[in-house]
Design a protein around this ligand. Structure first.
Ligand code: PMP
Length: 378
């Protein structure tokens, strides 16, 4: 049943369907786009494209309504239990979204001696803005402490016991990642909430989970969530910041005060509708199944060392290093065989770098086997 359902969905991605000899296994970098998203964008641009907030003529009005509807759609997509009291702001992507929470919200709310906890071993987009907050405050004479959210060196999992020891009555904020962009684990956000207690605001980097698993802000119990449209099957250049309790940052160059990325937002609306109709619980099941299968097959190869995910449940990403070959070499070999992965030295500090395989709904067990076969004879 899942197989037929998946086959029908795969057919809806023109770039995938028209390149059966290739295997796109780099969806953590960006996703491919279903025809419905392309059609919606073309339809919008060819029937009712206008700027928002000015005009008073039909195209401008319908664009404004559309952007407002898209914000409500994002809330539903995030499983927002109280959409009447939350806000959604459109940004250019997760990087700008995290920066906005840092600069336009957090920086104004910290006092001398306050402490925040942020991940040092996750995506740089979820570290640099928090360090900049510290710098900005320091220039004003306010000194805060930034604690690294502790990570176990071997596995890349968060160290929850060490986190518990960090929390005290000066802890004002924590930034966490939902699914790690290298190790592929679900980082246990609900557990972090229970360690922090109910009152410390948490900002969730959902860049790698949004669009690939159902999200529930009610269950995750976070205060901000940020994701990128281009990783959720929409166009690049759009993303969202969700904030509960109307305490969102009020942005941002290019946001509502300038010309927003209307086309991007329209594409996001189409993409989220497409994903919901496809069925996110099954998208999740399919990608986890593929990743588990890949991890199992790679573990049989003597030259391959899997990285991360010793404790956290594995999501859609499998990262490994090769005992003989540099990641770059391996990436070239895979590319020559029509297999697209991320392979470089920046991804992981292990010698020779690492290769990241990331899976989405259009990927198949056959593609996984093709990758394993190439590695097996390399
Ligand atoms: N956080 C995580 C976990 C990511 O994987 C990425 C993208 N690689 C980002 C943030 C930044 O997203 P973007 O480049 O779309 O701003």
């Amino acid at each position: 049943r899942l197989r037929d359902w998946q086959g029908a969905l795969r057919e809806q991605f023109p770039i995938i369907a028209s390149n059966p000899h290739l295997a796109y296994l780099d969806s953590a970098a960006t996703t491919q786009k279903p025809q419905a998203v392309l059609d919606t964008v073309t339809h919008y641009l060819t029937t009712s494209n206008a700027n928002t907030g000015r005009g008073g003529y039909p195209w401008a009005n319908s664009t404004t309504v559309r952007l407002e509807q898209a914000a409500e759609l994002v809330k539903g997509f995030l499983g927002d239990p109280r959409p009447e009291s939350s806000t959604v702001e459109f940004v250019s992507g997760a990087s700008q979204g995290l920066r906005a929470v840092a600069m336009d919200w957090l920086a104004d709310r910290l006092a001398d001696g306050d402490e925040i906890i942020v991940p040092f071993a996750d995506h740089k987009a979820n570290l640099e803005p928090w360090l900049e907050v510290r710098g900005r405050l320091l220039r004003r004479g306010t000194r805060i402490t930034v604690h690294p959210l502790p990570v176990e060196e071997e596995s890349g999992d968060y160290d929850y016991d060490a986190l518990a020891a960090l929390v005290n009555d000066r802890t004002r904020f924590a930034a966490v990642t939902h699914v790690h962009h290298v190790y592929g684990g679900d980082m246990g956000v609900a557990r972090i909430r229970s360690i922090l207690g109910p009152d410390i605001p948490i900002c969730l980097d959902a860049a790698q989970s949004a669009g690939r698993m159902p999200l529930s802000m009610a269950e995750l119990d976070v205060d901000f969530a940020v994701f990128s449209g281009h990783k959720t099957m929409a166009l690049p250049g759009v993303g969202a910041v969700w904030a509960r309790n109307r305490r969102g940052p009020e942005f941002v160059a290019g946001g509502w005060r300038g010309t927003p990325n209307t086309t991007g937002i329209v594409s996001l609306e189409a993409a989220l509708n497409w994903l919901s109709a496809a069925g996110l619980p099954d998208v999740h099941r399919w990608t986890v199944m593929l990743a588990a299968r890949l991890a199992g097959r790679l573990a049989e190869l003597g030259d391959v060392e899997l990285l991360g995910c010793r404790q956290c449940p594995r999501e859609n990403i499998v990262t490994f290093r090769h005992r003989r070959l540099h990641a770059g070499e391996l990436g070239s070999i895979l590319a020559a065989n029509g297999i697209m992965v991320r392979a470089d030295e920046q991804l992981h500090p292990s010698p020779g770098g690492a290769v990241r395989v990331s899976l989405h709904i259009y990927n198949t067990p056959e593609e996984v086997e093709r990758l394993v076969a190439v590695l097996g004879r390399t």
